[in-house]
Design a protein around this ligand. Structure first.
Ligand SMILES: Cc1cc2nc3c(=O)[nH]c(=O)nc-3n(C[C@H](O)[C@H](O)[C@H](O)COP(=O)(O)OP(=O)(O)OC[C@H]3O[C@@H](n4cnc5c(N)ncnc54)[C@H](O)[C@@H]3O)c2cc1C
Length: 397
């Protein structure tokens, strides 16, 4: 039996490898150098190249936009081992992800666990086709780390909710089709009065205002709800029990953010260093940078092994959701250290924003963006609090 499984997986790997080699356009095997090269889908989704469109459609036909969801939800029905093989083969070839969407990485897992079967069939199939661009409506001006303090209210009006309030830091809020939103449906208790609503951004009364950053870019928006009618069928899970869903979704968000260093397909630090610093006697000419790179790469390897161990423990039924806080904290810490070291390795090219040699200040921009990793999805301090309480079991007030 075990031998048969091994044979099947081996042939799955060979078929997958062959299929990817034949179907992934060469330009889609190049590292992503700009966020615009990712396809986010949705009603306003635009392909940045013909190859990107071909690649998306090939993966769509193969049902590999979300390969590991069941086929009735639009997924490819791969089991975890097959999915792992697909990931490995895509990495081997350097294939870009055909589609990025918060619907896949955050909302989808929450729907799978908490939504009605009707909602799952409806929304997950749309997500697998890249038809809806989802955005996240959690944070509010007075509800960031203390998220349960949120005040955006949804009043029960019989066949619909009437939503009033505002959200802040909504990533790509001005580009979203739908927002998964935490709303207050009762004021009796802080945590048990929250519900999880799916809101169409085209509804009357929804508006967004982009937040412009010092870089000139505007990846965030403020989102306003002015007496927005939301059908009752858009409530996920039980009324007033949205906090449970919110927390579950956050564990997926944190795992996704924690894996940020892994998805980095830019040149490795050693390759960049060899180009910019040079080699003496087969060793990088600057011994200080050499030891920093070695240190970082060892820590990355250790982190990779720790993730593997946690996955194995999870399979054995031994898992605390709080572990995602550890992944988020350490994964983003490594990603930030890596960007900082990359600046050092790149020398003068890291110090300005505009020249062709510096690729428009790419390294400096990546470095600045990386600082947000310690805030998005819950700050470093909040993750450390969770690790202290729920992973290490330290006493608290
Ligand atoms: C790149 C990026 C993308 C984002 N995208 C989204 C999005 O799409 N949707 C969305 O809803 N939100 C989004 N956010 C918002 C993010 O979730 C919040 O910024 C975050 O939760 C922190 O909340 P805050 O900004 O209100 O800071 P605050 O909660 O005001 O925290 C301020 C400081 O106080 C510290 N602090 C607060 N409470 C404690 C405590 N109990 N113990 C110790 N220290 C504490 C924090 O660590 C922080 O240093 C995004 C943020 C970033 C940076």
């Amino acid at each position: 039996m075990e031998t048969q499984v091994k044979v099947d997986l081996t042939s799955f790997r060979l078929e997958t490898r062959k299929w990817l080699e034949e179907n992934c356009p060469k330009s889609m095997q190049e590292p992503v150098t700009d966020a615009n090269q990712l396809y986010w889908g949705g009603s306003n989704g635009k392909f940045s190249s013909k190859d990107q469109e071909i690649w998306f459609n090939k993966m769509l036909d193969k049902k590999w936009i979300v390969p590991y969801w069941e086929s009735k939800y639009g997924g490819g029905g791969l089991n975890p081992k097959q999915n792992n093989i697909l990931n490995q083969e895509m990495s081997r070839l350097g294939c870009r992800k055909p589609h990025i969407n918060f619907g896949i990485s955050m909302l989808g897992p929450a729907l799978l666990k908490f939504a009605s079967e009707e909602q799952k069939i409806y929304y997950l199939n749309q997500i697998c086709k890249g038809e809806i661009r989802w955005v996240q409506g959690y944070s509010e001006p007075n509800a960031g780390s203390d998220l349960a303090n949120l005040q955006t209210k949804a009043e029960d009006k019989g066949d619909h909710f009437l939503v009033t309030g505002s959200k802040v830091w909504t990533s790509y809020g001005d580009k979203g089709d739908f927002i998964f939103c935490l709303v207050r449906t009762s004021t009796e208790s802080k945590h048990t009065g929250i519900s999880f609503l799916l809101i169409d951004m085209n509804s009357e009364g929804v508006s967004t205002r982009p937040i412009k950053l010092i870089s000139g870019k505007s990846p965030f928006a403020e989102t306003f709800f002015d007496s927005v009618k939301v059908p009752k069928k858009n409530l996920v899970g039980t009324l007033n029990d949205g906090w449970t869903i919110a927390k579950y979704l956050l564990t997926h968000e944190r795992q996704m953010i924690g894996g940020i260093g892994d998805t980095d397909k830019k040149k490795t630090l050693s390759e960049v260093a060899i180009d910019s610093i040079g080699v003496t006697d087969k060793l990088l000419s600057n011994s200080s940078i050499r030891s920093k790179i070695a240190n970082l790469e060892m820590n990355e390897k250790i982190f990779e092994l720790t993730i593997q161990r946690a996955l194995d423990e999870h399979k054995a039924g031994n898992n605390s959701g709080a572990v995602s806080s550890f992944f988020k904290y350490y994964g983003t810490e490594l990603a930030m250290q890596k960007e900082e070291l990359r600046l050092e390795v790149n020398g003068f090219n890291s110090t300005e924003w505009t020249s062709e040699e510096s690729n428009n200040g790419r390294e400096a921009r990546y470095f600045n963006r990386s600082k947000g990793h310690s805030i998005e999805g819950g700050t470093h301090e909040v993750q450390l609090n969770i690790i202290a309480k729920r992973v290490l079991g330290l006493p608290s007030k």
